[in-house]
Design a protein around this ligand. Structure first.
Ligand code: DHB
Length: 390
């Protein structure tokens, strides 16, 4: 055999081999779900895992003739671990989709892997605007802090909260929340007394809250990541800041449905802006909350759960529509432009930005059926992420 024939023969053999492998692989569709199951953001992992499993229980584990395999990995809330796990899932497990991503640094660390391997990456939790720009393979089903904060920047000054101190977690989503809230507050004639940033890891809110008390603002605007809200609420009340006439406001992360019912009556009447409340009064949401609680010993779904549930839906529907043709690119194309009714309300994956367009609600903590809930009283419809720079 001459050299060219040998090369041809080898190439043919390799093609046959890879065809055999792809036939074998083709019957299974793997979703690599990377979540913080331990560490500071463990509640996010717990909520999203429960939601993903609920979605599968309700919709079956066979889609377009393929068996869906969910592979869950714990990144322990450490971005370097998220990245390593994503690499392993892509290279060893040959996952069809990467999903999850509890915090912004984890999503940003993984973005290059999605790009290099052309693997769609569904961000179900992290919420800094810039994330979707970090890779053309990223699609988001959570929300952005810019989306939620703008609504509060409009509401607060029109409702007597004009002089405000901002207190945010010092990383991506906090910085977005601060920026977009302040921009709108100023536009509406409000005033910023001081802008405080607390460390993302193990924050101690006490010294910051003392500063807020000294400023005597009309309101304190807060963003902290999911799971940290109860600590802020507790210290705010312990210092008697509500009695001093300071109104606690923020994005709905602070009155997180995962913790709200245990915050006590001190949380009553706190107004926040967000995309999801477990008390959202639609038939679709009632069904979702009921099924979620039934499957999880009464645990109430929060905004993280709904990001996970809708993320699974986006993946399932993309697989149905593309029938697995065209690999990662085919799947990604079928994720863009999806429009459906989520437990949160109407939801749209913008084909241009790959980010979620959704309603933002103003909500007030009230008792409903004996439990503390974020009760929606106003809505800004179909809000695009204001934080997109292109
Ligand atoms: C992020 C994390 C959260 O827990 C949250 O509530 C909002 C944003 C983030 O890291 O992007």
């Amino acid at each position: 055999m001459n050299k060219n024939a040998l090369i041809r023969a080898t190439a043919l053999a390799l093609t046959a081999l890879s065809a055999t492998y792809s036939i074998a692989d083709d019957s299974v569709f793997k979703i690599g779900l990377i979540l913080p199951m331990t560490g500071q953001q463990a509640s996010t992992g717990r909520q999203i895992e429960a939601a993903a499993r609920l979605y599968m229980a309700q919709n079956g584990d066979t889609v377009a003739g393929k068996k869906i395999q969910l592979i869950i990995k714990d990144d322990t809330t450490i971005p370097d671990v998220t990245k390593r796990l994503a690499q392993e899932l892509v290279v060893n497990e040959k996952v069809n989709v990467l999903a999850g991503f509890g915090i912004t640094p984890s999503a940003l660390a993984t973005a290059p892997i999605a790009t290099q391997s052309k693997t769609p990456m569904v961000v179900m939790a992290a919420a800094t605007s810039s994330i979707t720009q970090a890779s053309p393979y990223i699609v988001r089903t959570s929300f952005t802090l810019a989306q939620a904060s703008v609504a509060m920047g409009d509401w607060a000054p029109k409702n007597g909260i004009k002089k405000v101190v901002t207190l945010v977690s010092d990383y991506g989503p906090g910085i977005d929340a601060e920026k977009y809230f302040i921009e709108r507050l100023l536009l509406n004639g409000g005033q910023v007394a001081e802008s405080l940033r607390v460390p993302m890891r193990s924050p101690d809110f006490a010294p910051f809250l003392q500063k807020v008390r000294d400023q005597k603002p009309d309101g304190l605007f807060v963003f902290v990541p999911s799971g940290a809200g109860a600590a802020v609420m507790k210290q705010f009340l312990e210092r008697g800041m509500d009695k001093a006439g300071i109104k606690l406001i923020g994005t709905g992360d602070v009155t997180d449905d995962d913790q709200l019912n245990d915050m006590g009556d001190g949380a009553l009447n706190v107004v926040t802006s967000h995309h999801y409340s477990a008390a959202h009064p639609s038939a679709t949401n009632k069904k979702f909350v009921e099924a979620f609680q039934k499957a999880n010993k009464g645990m109430r779904p929060n905004f993280m759960a709904v990001g996970g549930y809708d993320g699974m839906r986006v993946i399932y529907e993309a697989l149905k529509a593309s029938k697995g043709q065209g690999g990662g690119d085919g799947l990604l194309a079928a994720m863009k432009g999806q429009i459906f009714e989520s437990p949160r309300g109407p939801m749209f994956i913008d084909g241009q930005t790959r980010d979620v367009v959704q309603n933002i609600y103003l909500r007030k903590v009230q008792r409903q059926d004996g439990q503390l809930h974020n009760v929606e009283f106003d809505v800004i419809k179909d809000v695009k992420d204001p934080g997109k720079t292109r």
